[in-house]
Design a protein around this ligand. Structure first.
Ligand code: SF4
Length: 417
């Protein structure tokens, strides 16, 4: 029998991600990261038919293999273990091919369609970080917390006295008992300047969540509160910008190590020189727990382009799993499950988004539901241009606050609009 007279099933493996953007199709093996990009009309048409078919496959007579581009594509598909062609005479009926579809267990739409009680219970399981600003974010030095820059949507209500303790207590009292997977992170200008520090630490002792105090390394003399901090199991996050005052850094890290207080050094990196200096400090002072946070200062866009912007090679260097792709299609990985409380009592999903409401008006449960109901932060995904017409739309990380700060819709070298 001639090849043209044969009939073939054309199938894709269930771990293959296909995306159609503009005049191209992108076929991606989520297991090993291999891929095929094609602008051929017949290949695009074939893949459209396969992905739209309920069985996840189509049949074609052998004529379709006469086209060189198609033949080469099928060869690549087989070599990269992404699909196959099967002679229909060799199978009884069509092969069963289950193409993956987006069906996250607790996806937003499913939750929103449930009755109110179920929604509430589920929403609490999603909450995993509460960021509590004891001082207004825009009173912090720009490099410490870069919220004074363009990119913010709203002006924060100014409360000069900082967040009062009753507002914090009211909020934390609403947490379900034993919410151990939650981190409560208190951001403050100065650890000892917070007037209700003793009450706050006593409250935190009774709450079984992960606790952090975040402050600038120059603004702390922790000896006075040592025993309470240890008893409440609070981790101290010290923000370090450059140039570093080495004496202060050395003395505070020495005290923390001597007293065995949990701490982490968070280096705020605004240039290549900052990064080099941070590495030198880590070695010199044997800093055990540290992290680097790139900061946009308003005049270091070149540093960002060189070090933060993704290239095609970066995006395709590691396999992105089907689960990660589905998550990128449904929610913002950076923001999901986080809430930020400002000293005014206003709650935000993140401080670059619109406010959700005030804790004096709404319960924590209602504020969580508002975050679930908005597409602004938790569900801010790459559904807009230029990402919506890019092959790597769902491979790329979720949109971040850096895009807001840089006033851009993407963070890559691929489509620099
Ligand atoms: S950031 Fe957007 S435009 Fe850039 S590679 Fe990712 S999806 Fe494409």
């Amino acid at each position: 029998m001639k090849q043209q007279d044969k009939i073939y099933w054309i199938v894709l493996e269930p771990y293959v991600h296909v995306s159609f953007t503009g005049n191209e199709v992108f076929v991606y093996n989520t297991l090993d990261g291999s891929f095929i990009e094609s602008g051929s009309k017949s290949i695009i048409e074939l893949l459209h038919s396969i992905t739209e078919s309920p069985q996840g496959l189509v049949s074609r007579t052998g004529f379709f293999l006469e086209e060189e581009t198609m033949k080469d594509f099928i060869l690549q598909l087989r070599n990269k273990f992404m699909g196959d062609i099967i002679d229909t005479r060799l199978s009884q009926g069509s092969p069963i091919q289950l193409l993956p579809i987006l069906n996250l267990q607790n996806s937003a739409e499913r939750l929103k369609n449930d009755d109110e009680r179920t929604v509430g219970e589920n929403v609490f399981t999603h909450l995993h970080e509460l960021l509590i600003f004891l001082d207004n974010p825009d009173t912090f030095p720009t490099k410490y917390y870069p919220t004074t820059l363009k990119g913010r949507i709203e002006e924060y209500p100014q409360i000069n006295t900082g967040l009062n303790f009753p507002k914090i207590k009211k909020l934390l009292d609403q947490l379900p008992p034993a919410k151990k997977d939650l981190t409560v992170n208190f951001l403050m200008k100065d650890l000892l300047e917070y007037r209700d520090l003793d009450e706050l630490i006593s409250l935190l002792e009774k709450i079984p969540v992960k606790k952090k105090f975040s402050f600038h390394y120059t603004n702390s003399k922790i000896e006075a509160q040592t025993s309470q901090i240890m008893k409440a199991d609070i981790c101290l996050n010290m923000y370090i910008d450059f140039p570093v005052c080495e004496n202060q850094l050395q003395s505070i890290t020495k005290v923390l190590v001597q007293l065995s207080i949990k701490h982490e050094c968070v280096f705020l990196i605004a240039s290549d020189e900052d990064f080099q200096s941070a590495e030198d400090m880590i070695t010199k002072y044997a800093i055990a727990r540290y992290s680097f946070v790139p900061v946009y200062t308003g005049d270091n866009a070149d540093f960002f382009k060189r070090n933060i912007f993704l290239s095609k090679e970066d995006i395709l260097s590691q396999p992105v799993s089907m689960r990660e792709i589905f998550i990128h299609q449904s929610l913002n990985v950076e923001n999901f499950g986080k809430l930020a409380l400002l000293p005014s009592g206003e709650m935000y999903a993140d401080i670059f988004s619109k406010k959700l409401g005030s804790t004096s008006e709404y319960s924590l449960l209602e504020l969580l539901y508002k975050a679930m109901d908005s597409n602004d932060s938790w569900f801010n995904i790459r559904s807009y241009a230029p990402c919506s017409h890019c092959n790597y739309q769902w491979l790329c990380p979720s949109p971040s606050s850096y895009e807001r700060l840089l006033n851009r819709n993407n963070l890559c070298e691929i489509d620099n609009k």
